[in-house]
Design a binder for this molecule. Structure first.
Ligand code: URA
Length: 429
């Protein structure tokens, strides 16, 4: 293999050539081992972002990342189905969805990540529950899948190490927003985890990586294509991320909202998306006769949530952390709230302390934003629109600056558009 050189591979992609399978296998492996330097991989990632990779290159890149680590084969004695979101603002759907689908009879292994930038991470949210532990061994994951049916935990160290290294590099080199790099990153982890069926929630809009429907559709097709090629039953749901999902954006506040949904309440958009994704997951798991709305209403999903949290050392009844400082953003005039920009709210929550700038940074579990009004609602001048939760008042000016231009109150009647924009089903392998 040592007849390859990183410079040749970079030049080839810079000059718009198609990389050979051998070049891809070598560069991914050599980067994982440290033979290809970060600055060389940065240049290659930028060349890929600018010049793309075709579906055969993307499939080979994905396989090379899977082969950089171990395969987990997370199967249980019931049909296994997973869900992955490309990331958004207020996207706490995994929290109610995993126990709901488990209560419907499937096994749901959810190896999740932490937040970076303005999008939140599922593990950061769950870690606001006192005692809850994200890191489990493979044996613990398998045992919990059998006993509870749902596990949300950190990916094991051996899972797609090439992606872990490359994702951190892309994050600091402006090379995240590339369809082949996102698709191979997501799918390499799912294939290595050994999922049999997968529903992808591909977010579209200001609060997502994909800002418009065309690129999100391209990403969805790429993800589904890779899944099918690896024998995974895969479908993708394209959903709106121009407005935050639900009312809570942060960590503890999102856990509280998820528990409301599991107890039969909660914001209608969170309930709608949870049920839509549950229907897709149950269909892929061969359980389409089960009605998730009935199971949610019965309280069984909430019971499964409590067992899932306890199995990982958490206390589902313990009070969640609350903020020492709460500020309000008021409506500037009478009218209808026509715009509440997801990116602006995500950035505000991040500046309040809910997110991290570098992956080693801690998050403030109580920090975040509560959207007291959502697009389409009538408001009167001076009415509180947002609550800003923080540990101290000194982070509030940064959050207010992030919100500037992100909120519109006007005479128009425009509300929120459709939440589920499209569904792409794979042809079953
Ligand atoms: N999520 C991932 O896992 N990888 C990406 O590249 C983007 C979102």
């Amino acid at each position: 293999m040592n007849h390859f050189s990183a410079i040749d591979v970079i030049r080839a992609k810079r000059d718009r050539a198609t990389l050979t399978g051998e070049q891809i296998d070598w560069v991914v492996d050599a980067y994982t081992r440290g033979e290809v330097a970060d600055e060389q991989m940065s240049a290659l990632a930028m060349a890929i972002l600018l010049n793309g990779m075709d579906s055969a290159e993307t499939a080979r890149w994905t396989r090379a990342m899977v082969d950089s680590g171990e395969r987990l084969s997370l199967r249980a004695d019931r049909p296994t189905v997973d869900k992955h979101s490309t990331g958004g603002v207020g996207d706490k759907i995994t929290l109610p969805l995993a126990p709901l689908v488990a209560a419907c009879g499937a096994a749901v292994p959810q190896l999740s990540g932490r937040g970076l930038g303005h999008t939140g991470g599922t593990l950061d949210k769950l870690e606001s529950i006192p005692g809850w532990r994200a890191r489990l061994s493979v044996e613990e994951i398998r045992a919990q899948l059998d006993s509870v049916g749902a596990v949300v935990c950190a990916a094991t160290d051996g899972l797609a190490p090439a992606d872990r290294k490359l994702y951190a590099l892309r994050d600091v080199t402006g090379t995240v927003e590339s369809v082949p790099l996102i698709a191979s990153s997501i799918m390499s982890k799912k294939i290595a985890e050994g999922a049999r069926a997968l529903v992808l929630d591909v977010k579209v809009g200001s609060g997502a990586f994909m800002k418009n429907l065309d690129t999100a559709t391209e990403l969805a097709h790429s993800l589904v294509g890779i899944g099918v090629e690896h024998g995974l039953r895969t479908s993708a749901v394209l959903t709106d991320m121009s407005v935050p999902l639900g009312r809570a954006v942060g960590n503890a506040v999102e856990v509280a909202e998820s528990v409301e949904v599991l107890r039969g309440g909660g914001p209608s958009d969170v309930v709608e998306l949870t049920l839509s994704l549950a229907v897709e997951m149950l269909s892929l798991a061969g359980l389409s006769e089960v009605d998730p709305a009935r199971v949610l209403a019965s309280g069984e999903a909430y019971e499964t949530w409590c067992r899932m949290i306890r199995a990982q050392g958490g206390d589902p009844d313990a009070p969640l952390p609350t903020a020492d400082h709460v500020d309000m953003v008021l409506a500037p005039e009478d009218g209808t709230l026509t715009r509440l920009d997801a990116y602006a709210v995500g950035m505000a929550a991040w500046r309040l302390g809910a997110g991290r700038a570098r992956k080693e940074d801690p998050v403030r579990h109580a920090a975040g934003v509560i959207c007291l009004a959502k697009p389409g609602e009538r408001v009167v001048k001076g009415q509180p629109l947002l609550e800003l939760h923080a540990e101290s008042p000194d982070v509030v000016p940064g959050a207010l600056a992030a919100l500037r231009g992100g909120i519109t109150v006007s005479d128009s009647d425009t509300g929120r558009g459709a939440l589920v924009l499209d569904v792409i089903h794979a042809t079953t392998p």
